[in-house]
Design a protein around this ligand. Structure first.
Ligand SMILES: NC(=O)c1ccc[n+]([C@@H]2O[C@H](COP(=O)([O-])OP(=O)(O)OC[C@H]3O[C@@H](n4cnc5c(N)ncnc54)[C@H](OP(=O)(O)O)[C@@H]3O)[C@@H](O)[C@H]2O)c1
Length: 243
């Protein structure tokens, strides 16, 4: 039985690419995203076409019970979750204080911070029982630096960083690895940054993928997620199956 990697927030950027990398490493991957059934099916098909094992779920993670059900169903149908990738972002663009609504601010926190808390409450007990598991939490510059127009984003991601540290303090000694991974630059992510910038601006920026000071390539980024798990379980990087 393959170890299971659950990705919460799997678009064509980091989330889906990390899923693909883990499938290449021997994991059965469970992808989840909010709204794009076609995009989800394509990612699952893409992974399966190269011999990997994957399923996909559409969930709206901010709905009560959605994350908890996903974790429970994954444990039940796919098997014990070895790695949980928490990849929901909370970027809403540049907004002044006055133009950041209470609803937007709260939603940012629900996605970035409360969502992780819920995922941890749902997944940790079984991981602790097994004495092993990995939480890989994608984060951003905003987690360490507030900035103009980033009230909601920075507060939510800063909270996420602190939550990761607290989780690590409680669960590190129980064999669970919690990694807070700061991606300090824009990523070639059509479903998030692409939609925020609009087609033309994103196409222009896309010419800089992999270039110095340009867009980060999610394939390169995903390699780090793989290495973090390798460091934790201590097996070789290309096929890094834990069990
Ligand atoms: N993109 C960047 O430039 C950048 C830079 C630095 C850090 N990051 C970090 O990277 C992570 C995101 O990675 P990414 O930007 O490459 O995106 P991605 O993995 O391509 O996509 C993330 C996916 O999250 C899904 N999602 C959003 N809200 C959701 C919800 N309520 N329930 C379930 N799924 C939901 C979206 O699904 P649908 O598309 O189906 O709605 C989206 O496709 C975030 O933690 C962000 O802080 C990104």
């Amino acid at each position: 039985m393959k170890p299971v990697c659950l990705v919460i927030g799997a678009g064509a950027g980091i989330g889906g690419t990390v899923a693909k990398r883990f499938a290449q490493g021997g994991y059965h991957v469970v992808l989840s995203r909010r709204s794009d059934q076609k995009g989800l099916d394509e990612m699952v098909h893409d992974i399966q076409a190269e011999g990997g094992s994957a399923v996909g779920n559409l969930i709206n993670a901010v709905e009560p019970g959605a994350i908890e059900n996903l974790v429970e169903e994954t444990e039940k149908k796919a098997g014990p979750i070895a790695v949980l990738v928490f990849n929901l972002g909370a970027q809403i663009g540049t907004r002044s204080l006055a133009s950041t609504s209470l609803k937007q601010f709260e939603l940012g926190w629900r996605m970035a911070c409360f969502g992780l808390f819920r995922a941890a409450q749902a997944a940790m007990p079984a991981m602790v029982q097994r004495g092993k598991g990995c939480f890989l939490v994608t984060s951003s510059t905003a987690a360490v630096r507030g900035n103009e127009g980033q009230h909601s984003h920075a507060a939510a991601m800063g909270g996420r960083r602190m939550l990761c540290q607290s989780l690590n303090a409680e669960f590190g000694r129980k064999g669970i690895h919690v990694a807070h991974i700061i991606v300090d630059g824009p990523v070639d992510a059509p479903d998030t940054l692409g939609k925020m910038l609009g087609t033309e601006n994103f196409a222009e920026l896309r010419k800089t993928v992999g270039a110095r000071d340009g867009l980060l390539d999610p394939v390169q980024v995903a390699e780090l997620w793989a290495h973090l798990v390798v460091c934790h379980i201590g097996t070789p990087p290309t096929g890094f199956v834990a069990e």
